[in-house]
Design a protein around this ligand. Structure first.
Ligand SMILES: Cc1cc2nc3c(=O)[nH]c(=O)nc-3n(C[C@H](O)[C@H](O)[C@H](O)COP(=O)(O)OP(=O)(O)OC[C@H]3O[C@@H](n4cnc5c(N)ncnc54)[C@H](O)[C@@H]3O)c2cc1C
Length: 356
C-alpha cells in the first residue's frame, strides 16, 4: 500500500468498520484489514439498541444511552453517503411480565425514564401479547437492522479513497510508543502510527495484542420466524423478540463453547420456548431458520476502549459483549478522538484496557 497508512484497523465487523469510517472522516489514511470467520458477531446479532435493559451503571450507562441516541444522525449520514436507508426502530422496548413475581422484579429495577403499562395498555399496543400481566416500557430503546447497517457501512468504506481494504488474516501486532506494525498472512507487514484492535471474539488470539486476552467468545443462538406480529422489541423472562422486516428474531442462548459457532437442537428449542412464551402465536410457525454468533465478552461485560498503557500506538476497541451493535457508531467516534488526540467527550474509565 502506498502511501503509508496513518492508521491500521484490524477487524471488519461493525466496530472495525465504524472506526475506519470515523478515522477517515477526520482526513487520515486507513488500512482496514479483516477476513470473514464463522461466528463473527456483527451480522449474527439481533440488533437491539437496549441500554435500558442490557444495563450498565455509572458513566458506562451514560455512554450506552449516548450510543443509542447517536443512531438517527449516524443513519442519516450513511443514507446521504450511500443512498441506503438502514431500518431503525425507536418505538421503545417492552419487558413483558408473565407472573406476579415478574411484575415486582420489573418495577423494582426500572429506570426513572421507564413507565409501567397495565395489561390493557399492553394489549392495545401489541394485541399478540394479550396474555401478559403488564410490561415495563423503555422509551427510545429499539433495534437497528444490523445486517443492512453492516452492508451500508461496508459500501461506504469501499467508496472512500482514504480507506484501503485488505482481506487477510492478521497474525501479530508489534506495538511501540509511536508506531505499530501488523503482520498479515498474505500481504506481509504494514506499518502505521496507530493500530486499532477491533477483532471481536478473536481479539486475544492475535500475537502482541496482550490486553485483548480478556475477551472470550460467548455463543448465542437465534431463530427467525417468518411472520411479524409485533411492532416493538419485547423481552420476556427468558429471552427476547425483535421485529425485523417481515419476520421476527427470537433470542438467545449465552454459551461458553469456545469458537464453535454451530447451532444445536437443544439451543434452538430453548430459544423457541423463550420466544413462544412471549408471543404464543409464534408456536404455529414451522421450522424457523436458526443461526449462531460469537459475542466478544469481557469479565464485566463492558467493552475495552482506549490506548494500551504501555504502547500508546495500540488502541483497543473490542469486547463489546452484548452491546456491540448499540455502541458501534459511538465507538467509532471515540476511536477517531483517540487517534487524533481530540478531547474525549465521554468518560471511558470503566472501559480502560488493562483493568482485568
Ligand atoms: C447472537 C447474538 C446476538 C446479539 N445481539 C445484540 C444486540 O441485540 N444488540 C447489540 O448491541 N449487540 C448484540 N450482539 C453483540 C454484537 O453483535 C457484538 O458486540 C458486536 O457485533 C461486536 O462487533 P465486532 O466488530 O467487535 O466483532 P465481529 O463482528 O465479530 O467482527 C470482528 C471481525 O474481525 C475479524 N477478525 C478477527 N480476528 C482476525 C484476524 N486475526 N485477522 C483478520 N480478521 C480478523 C473477524 O473475522 C470479524 O470479521 C449480539 C451478538 C450475538 C452473537
Amino acid at each position: 500500500m502506498s502511501p503509508r497508512p496513518d492508521v491500521i484497523v484490524v477487524g471488519t465487523g461493525l466496530i472495525g468498520t465504524a472506526s475506519a469510517l470515523a478515522v477517515a472522516e477526520r482526513g487520515l489514511r486507513v488500512a482496514l484489514i479483516g477476513e470473514h470467520r464463522p461466528g463473527e458477531a456483527s451480522p449474527a446479532a439481533a440488533g437491539m439498541l437496549a441500554p435500558s435493559v442490557e444495563r450498565a451503571v455509572g458513566p458506562a450507562h451514560d455512554f450506552a444511552i449516548a450510543a443509542r441516541d447517536r443512531y438517527p444522525e449516524y443513519l442519516r449520514y450513511l443514507a446521504d453517503a450511500t443512498g441506503v436507508r438502514v431500518p431503525l426502530n425507536r418505538r421503545g422496548i417492552l419487558q413483558l411480565a408473565l407472573s406476579e413475581k415478574g411484575i415486582k422484579g420489573l418495577k423494582r429495577t426500572a429506570l426513572p425514564t421507564s413507565k409501567w403499562m397495565t395489561a390493557g395498555e399492553v394489549r392495545e399496543l401489541e394485541p399478540s401479547l394479550s396474555h401478559g400481566l403488564g410490561a415495563m416500557y423503555n422509551p427510545d430503546d429499539g433495534a437497528v437492522d444490523n445486517v443492512a447497517l453492516l452492508e451500508a457501512m461496508d459500501r461506504l468504506a469501499s467508496s472512500i479513497d482514504r480507506i484501503e481494504r485488505f482481506t487477510d488474516a492478521v497474525l501479530s501486532i508489534g506495538a511501540g510508543a509511536s508506531s505499530c506494525s501488523v503482520t498479515t498472512a498474505s500481504h506481509g507487514s504494514l506499518d502505521a502510527a496507530h493500530t486499532v484492535l477491533a477483532a471481536g471474539a478473536w481479539a486475544g488470539s492475535i500475537k502482541g495484542a496482550r490486553l485483548g486476552k480478556a475477551v472470550s467468545p460467548a455463543r448465542g443462538q437465534l431463530v427467525l420466524y417468518e411472520t411479524c406480529p409485533l411492532r416493538h422489541v419485547v423481552y420476556g423472562p427468558r429471552g427476547y423478540l425483535v421485529p425485523r422486516g417481515d419476520g421476527t428474531i427470537g433470542g438467545s442462548t449465552m454459551e461458553n463453547t469456545g469458537f464453535d459457532a454451530s447451532i444445536t437442537e437443544s439451543g434452538v428449542s430453548k430459544v423457541r420456548a423463550a420466544a413462544e412464551e412471549i408471543c404464543p402465536q409464534l408456536a404455529a410457525v414451522p421450522d424457523p431458520k436458526a443461526w449462531a454468533g460469537l459475542r466478544p465478552v469481557t469479565p464485566d461485560m463492558l467493552p475495552i476502549i482506549g490506548r494500551d498503557p504501555e504502547h500508546a500506538s495500540l488502541i483497543y476497541a473490542c469486547g463489546h459483549s452484548r452491546n456491540g451493535v448499540l455502541m458501534a457508531p459511538l465507538t467509532g467516534d471515540v476511536v477517531a478522538d483517540l487517534v487524533t488526540g481530540a478531547a474525549l467527550r465521554h468518560d471511558l474509565t470503566q472501559f480502560r484496557p488493562g483493568r482485568f
